[in-house]
Design a protein around this ligand. Structure first.
Ligand SMILES: *Cc1c(COP(=O)(O)O)cnc(C)c1O
Length: 385
């Protein structure tokens, strides 16, 4: 059956009809007053979403573009940086920083486990000469479903005083609270196809006053991703280059929907979806890859025993038109990942869980009590209401 694809991957995520329809218009001139009014509204709502008075800059890029912008605007060749690495996206931070000639010190944890804040604290306290220019981490590590302790790590960065905190919040923003001003987060990057309930194509970078001071002396080369150009244009509710105007229409609509739902409600919904998914997996005897106390609100990684992860994925797709993600790198074929990020409701989670049960039964998995996953998820709905 056509048009029934259910996206249960951690991005691109499902898009609500009002957002899809908002794009189905002729593009408008990006220097028109009409478009500037949209930019002004978007800017205000992005600040609301980031809980900040800082500028939030919109780029025509995927999330990695926000990561690159987060490095090249605030640092100089040879700068010493601590990079947290406990998954694919932490590794990517390291690769981006190395590509631009930074002096990278990895602070590692095994995949599936959270970064240890004290590992950062130790290095930061030892740095009495203040040579560490930035601490760079991934908040929600999408490859493993681990939520890193951003607040705990940031506390050590604040005690250091000099280093910037640069955060990949691509699958945490819009899923759990990322209070940029309260925590004093300097650079926070995200992407439209994750928590924004939008198609791919836009990236966002929130920049603190302290980061702008670093920008003034940073010498890495930049042009298209030079955030100073965007800051200047934003003062006139504009953009330095032609933006993807139809994606701006979509962003305007999605931010309006998010405001209507409310931040607390959005976070509560993601917390509930996480609990529903995790309780269901436990009831189905499916081992979870990340522990409860560091579980991402956006993505649950499952390491099945006795059935092949890739077979689970292929039956879910063929029989039910449900796409779940596989593992990356070493985890390829070992895990599958259920996304519950953005435009996802309790009903969607129940559907995915029910389909997974049927899939496991079809594949002859042992220890499956039909209905146990759905029952466990329904219990979490009741507990949250
Ligand atoms: C999706 C994602 C990104 C960005 O990936 P793009 O493909 O460039 O959009 C970065 N970090 C995390 C944690 C992600 O989940």
């Amino acid at each position: 059956m056509d048009h029934k694809l259910m996206l249960t991957i951690p991005g691109p995520t499902p898009v609500p009809e009002p957002v899809l329809l908002a794009q189905a218009k002729h593009p408008m001139g990006h220097r028109s007053g009409e478009f500037c009014a949209i930019v002004a509204e978007i800017n205000e709502n992005l600040q609301w979403l980031h809980q900040t008075k800082n500028q939030v800059i919109t780029l025509a890029a995927s999330g990695t573009g926000a990561m690159e912008a987060g490095i090249i605007n605030f640092l100089s060749p040879g700068d010493r940086v601590l990079v947290g690495s406990n998954g694919k996206f932490g590794e990517r931070w390291g690769l981006v920083a190395k590509a631009f000639g930074l002096n990278v010190e990895l602070v590692e944890a095994p995949w599936g486990q959270p970064l240890d804040p004290e590992a950062f604290g130790k290095r930061l306290r030892a740095d009495t000469d203040k040579t560490i220019k930035a601490v760079i981490i991934t908040h929600s590590e999408t490859s493993t479903g681990v939520l890193n302790d951003l607040e705990g790590i940031n506390r050590h960065v604040k005690a250091h005083g000099e280093a910037l905190i640069i955060v990949d919040a691509v699958t945490s923003l819009g899923a759990t609270s990322v209070p940029v001003d309260e925590w004093g987060l300097d650079v926070v990057g995200s992407g439209s196809q994750k928590g924004y309930m939008m198609p791919p194509g836009l990236a966002f970078v929130s920049v603190s006053e302290k980061a702008w001071q670093a920008y003034a002396t940073a010498t890495l080369p930049k042009f298209y991703l030079d955030l100073g150009k965007y800051r200047k244009a934003l003062k006139e509710d504009s953009t330095p280059f032609t933006p993807p105007v139809n994606l701006y229409f979509a962003l305007q609509a999605s931010l309006q929907l998010m405001k209507k739902e409310g931040l607390d409600q959005i976070f509560a919904r993601h917390d509930r979806l996480k609990r529903m998914t995790r309780s269901a997996m436990k009831a189905l005897n499916l081992p979870l890859y990340a522990a409860d106390d560091c579980a991402s609100p956006a993505i649950t990684a499952v390491m099945p025993q006795g059935v092949e992860a890739e077979k689970v994925r292929s039956v879910l797709k063929k029989r039910f038109d449900i796409a779940v993600a596989g593992g990356q790198d070493d985890l390829k074929g070992k895990i599958f990942r259920i996304g519950h990020l953005g435009f996802v409701s309790d009903r969607d989670a129940l559907t995915a869980i029910a389909a997974l049960e049927a899939t496991l039964i079809e594949l002859g998995a042992e220890g499956i009590t039909p209905g146990a996953g759905v029952a466990a998820a329904a219990k979490e709905i009741l507990a949250a209401s």
